[in-house]
Write a protein that binds this ligand. Structure first.
Ligand code: FPP
Length: 254
């Protein structure tokens, strides 16, 4: 299905976050409620990913980053881990052409050394095939952890010859896995849990956080609109005082 360009809002639509990061939680519970194995929920979760990519494109989001497999997800039962790895192969063969045709650029963040050759090749193919696209950049965080990212950025900075004196927040940011993207404006977690779970720890320093009980396979355009409405209602201060009030009357606050 090609995106209907006549229905697109302007890329700079007020209140639309440039970069949305999502922890897609609740697939297992969604499946259990249907007396199905957990992987059934992940399969439906994949359909939701494609739907949310379309909806983010329509709303003018520039970057979408999704947590598909964390560094800690290896602790899950073997059957679930292999099911998730297989889903990468299925997803790439089923959806890559369509996403590429819609201008989506796919990037993968995470430690690829630990995944199988087939999965690594599928990710390489997705990145290669979409590298010249200029639409929504979708980063799939796969075998990703925020702490891993900080450590790998430090290692790469050292390998680049950066000295302790030269190391700044900007220099480290340029070595992080998402160096090509602005920091997320909006962090969404579905599934009712209220935690960050080692996702983009460095990058979400000033993201607006949004938590919903909605299970990921049920997350749709209306749920995305609710998240965007919450985001649009927030006053982002980045550590400063509110714009309308005189600085001298405000207590110190982040
Ligand atoms: C967390 O829900 C979800 C995951 C660990 C996997 C997310 C993967 C997908 C949505 C499939 C898309 C995959 C790719 C490769 C793009 P959970 O299983 O922890 O849910 P629960 O808390 O209800 O058990």
């Amino acid at each position: 299905m090609a995106a209907d360009s006549t229905a697109l809002p302007p890329a700079s639509a007020a209140g639309v976050p440039r970069h949305v990061a999502i922890v897609m939680d609740g697939n297992g519970r969604w499946a259990r409620r249907r007396f199905m194995p957990r992987i059934f929920g992940h399969k439906y979760g994949m359909e939701t990913v494609v739907r949310v990519i379309d909806e983010c494109t329509r709303r003018g989001v520039e970057f979408l980053t999704i947590y598909a497999f964390s560094s800690e997800n290896w602790k899950r039962p073997d059957e679930e881990v292999s099911g998730l790895m297989n889903l990468v192969l299925v997803g790439v063969s089923k959806y890559l052409a369509r996403l590429a045709g819609n201008g989506v650029r796919i990037r993968v963040a995470g430690d690829r050394s630990a995944v199988s050759d087939r999965v690594r090749q599928a990710w390489n193919e997705a990145e290669e095939c979409t590298r010249d696209n200029t639409g929504l950049t979708v980063t799939v965080a796969f075998n990703y952890g925020g702490r891993w990212d900080i450590v790998q950025a430090c290692k790469r900075a050292i390998a680049d010859g950066v000295t302790a004196d030269q190391l700044t927040e900007g220099v480290l940011s340029r070595h992080m896995a998402l160096a090509y993207a602005p920091d997320p404006d909006l962090f969404i977690r579905t599934g009712g849990e209220v935690r960050v779970s080692n996702f983009l720890l460095w990058q979400i320093a000033y993201a607006e956080l949004y938590f919903t009980d909605c299970l990921w396979p049920d997350f749709d355009a209306a749920e995305l609109d609710k998240a965007f409405a919450a985001y649009a209602s927030r006053e982002r201060r980045f550590g400063a005082v509110p714009a309308a009030a005189p600085a001298s009357s405000q207590p110190a606050s982040a």
